[in-house]
Design a protein around this ligand. Structure first.
Ligand code: C5P
Length: 218
């Protein structure tokens, strides 16, 4: 992979439903960056496991990642809670993470020329994937607020769901994502903390934009 020079790189880490993905999308649009929601890749593999429990192995995953394109990550059926849980289980596997990383690095450092750079969001983007990112944001929100948001999201997808199940599932994923051995979610000292609990999407983006513009225009 040939890295592109002088591109804008934005790395975002955040727990589930904290607003990391939403802000990444807004940043991508405003600054013309390629956006990769890295959770979608783990979800794709988590779904692969649910659908092919017997055939699920590293070579199947490698094949899937090799043929991966951005549009296959947009599939709405990746958004269910069952798939998210399966994703957080397979995401503990170091070998699987290594396979996913190759794809992510390319998106981060060699985005297509039409883009001015890249923005990746996930759990280990600042800590592992894009350690030298120009901008590093750790986006979080209270568990209560995240539960409310995720519940609304799943309701909009017509999923039969109850608030307590959403809460429990987020709690379990938080624990697994924070305590796992490889690529655990944690805030680095050099990342900027943004708490979205009481912020609207727009207010949150304005805060980020302010920080980015100050550096880009300096
Ligand atoms: O972000 P999202 O909720 O879609 O991620 C689903 C799961 O994928 C997470 O709970 C986490 O276990 C895993 N993941 C990860 N590393 C990333 C992104 C997501 O392990 N960079």
């Amino acid at each position: 992979m040939k890295k592109r020079k002088d591109i804008i790189t934005v790395a975002i880490d955040s727990p589930a439903a904290a607003g990391g993905g939403t802000q990444a999308k807004l940043i991508a649009k405003h600054y013309n960056l390629q956006h990769l929601d890295t959770g979608r890749i783990y979800r794709l593999i988590g779904k692969l496991k649910l659908e092919n429990p017997k055939k699920f192995n590293y070579s199947l995953i490698r094949k899937k990642i090799k043929n991966l394109n951005m549009s296959s990550l947009q599939n709405k059926n990746l958004l269910s809670d069952k798939v998210a849980t399966s994703a957080s289980i397979i995401a503990k596997d170091k070998k699987i993470r290594d396979i996913v990383h190759q794809f992510q690095k390319k998106c981060a450092y060699a985005p297509p020329l039409k883009y001015a750079g890249s923005v990746l969001d996930g759990r280990d983007i600042i800590t592992v994937q894009v350690r030298d990112a120009m901008f590093k944001f750790f986006i979080t929100a209270s568990l209560k607020e995240r539960t409310k948001r995720r519940y609304k999201e799943l309701k909009n997808l017509n999923k039969k769901i109850n608030l307590n199940i959403v809460l429990k599932s987020l709690k379990n994923r938080d624990k697994s994502d924070r305590e796992r051995k490889h690529g655990p979610l944690k805030k680095t000292k050099d990342s900027i903390l943004i708490n979205t609990t009481k912020l609207s999407k727009k207010a949150c983006f304005m805060k980020i934009k302010d920080i980015m513009d100050r550096k880009l225009k300096a």
